[in-house]
Design a protein around this ligand. Structure first.
Ligand code: DHB
Length: 398
């Protein structure tokens, strides 16, 4: 124990107050399991950090069925399909027809707002703006989280189960000694240039476009605000691009004989989003369990990141809940293997979508045409479409 540290005892200590940490905290509290969340960012920073926007049906159900609130149903936009566009032609995948499911466009920051509000409403203990967070004694019966709160007071949370839900930049996974974890990862030679624009919708549904100039994704936020991305160099300086250059680049990537035109408007945010594929195995060390981006990250194509985090949380919650009701650690012991099954499926899907839709700068004509052959295979076969639709809308939660 540190000198001057104020000790707080709880059952579950959670590092990270993003959607994964807050959803777990919410579920545990509903089950009468005490928990505390610590988060290094402040509420406003998380609320205004733009992330992906597509929720699988299972994620929507988690928000509504567990009593977070119903905003996702009133504010979210249900989408029944996507458009795969290549060779300048659109191919719509109809999800209800293919797999009997839909997705909902509801940005991750809104999910955070809902969860943070639910924790506040229900008297949850969530401490934002903490600094110097450390995790200790993970292999003992009393793992600890040490941190300094926003007022400068040093604390130690003594818990029984510690959860690392502190995202891809978090400290928890790095606290697992190297010999107890395997870091599986690959880098991609491209990034996304993302914009937010005040413009009417160019399309009612998402367009995933493969073009000779690279990938583009046309997404939405509301009737008046749109989100779009295009494949760019990871070292690109987004601030150097003028609005006209950005719009021309996006338009080039969706051009086709059908004359499809993006609806332009003022751009009020432009940024480069770098990505990689990463999985930490196992997602556990002693009595510390990793959930969400703390344990794995996927490239954004297909929007699996948040959905995967919520799926981890569901499995981890069931394991913790079972531990407190039966005193058996069986489900906790099985957590990592169980979560990793879905993680690797999502890794495969995100990798597949990314590579099929993006074009490497040094790609030769064979590789370019092979990818087009793959896209053609998907859209010309009901099985191919179903494979994409099933993965995109989300495999059933266990
Ligand atoms: C969005 C982001 C994605 O990565 C994706 O696959 C779909 C939508 C978005 O931000 O709207």
């Amino acid at each position: 124990m540190s000198a001057n540290a104020q000790i707080i005892k709880t059952q579950v200590g959670i590092v990270g107050g993003g959607p994964a940490g807050l959803m777990l905290s919410h579920l545990l509290a509903k089950s009468g399991i005490e928990n505390i969340v610590v988060e290094k960012r402040d509420h406003e920073t998380i609320r205004t950090t733009h992330r992906a926007g597509i929720l699988e049906a299972g994620s929507v159900k988690m928000l509504t069925d567990t009593g977070v609130n119903g905003r996702v149903l009133t504010e979210g936009m249900e989408h029944e399909g996507i458009d795969l566009r290549f060779n300048g032609e659109s191919h719509r995948l109809n999800f209800p027809d293919l797999v009997g499911a839909t997705v909902t466009l509801y940005p991750q920051n809104e999910v955070f707002v809902d969860l943070a509000a639910a924790r506040k409403r229900d008297g949850g203990d969530v401490r934002y703006s903490v600094t110097d967070t450390e995790v200790l004694d993970m292999t003992t019966d009393t793992p600890k989280i040490r941190f300094t709160d926003s007022e400068g007071q040093l604390f130690e949370i003594h818990c029984e189960i510690l959860v690392g839900a502190d995202g891809s930049q978090g400290i928890c996974k790095w606290a697992i000694p190297q010999e107890y974890r395997t870091d599986n990862f690959i880098e991609y030679p491209f990034a996304w240039f993302g914009i937010l624009t005040e413009a009417p919708k160019s399309s009612d549904e998402l367009i995933y476009a493969n073009s000779p100039h690279g990938f583009a994704l046309i997404s939405q936020r509301s009737e008046t605000v749109q989100r779009m991305y295009f494949q760019a160099d990871p070292n690109e300086d987004a601030s150097k691009w003028t609005e006209d250059q950005i719009w021309d680049e996006l338009q080039k990537r969706v051009d086709g004989p059908d004359g499809f035109q993006l609806k332009r408007g003022p751009i009020f945010e432009q940024m480069i989003l770098k990505f990689r594929s990463y999985v930490c195995e196992p997602m556990r060390y002693g009595n510390m369990f990793l959930a969400g981006d703390a344990g794995h990250t996927v490239p954004p194509t297909g929007a699996k990141g948040l959905n995967l985090a919520l799926a981890d949380v569901k499995v981890l919650f069931e394991a913790i809940d079972s531990y407190y009701s039966t005193k058996s650690k069986e489900l906790l012991d099985g957590y990592s293997d169980r979560a990793l099954k879905r993680v690797w499926k999502a890794q495969n899907f995100s990798y597949w979508m990314t590579n099929m839709l993006h074009t490497r700068k040094d790609a030769n004509p064979f590789e370019v045409k092979r990818a087009l052959g793959e896209l053609q295979t998907v859209v010309s076969s009901r099985y191919g479409q179903q494979y994409l639709a099933e993965s995109y809308t989300g495999w059933p939660h266990s």
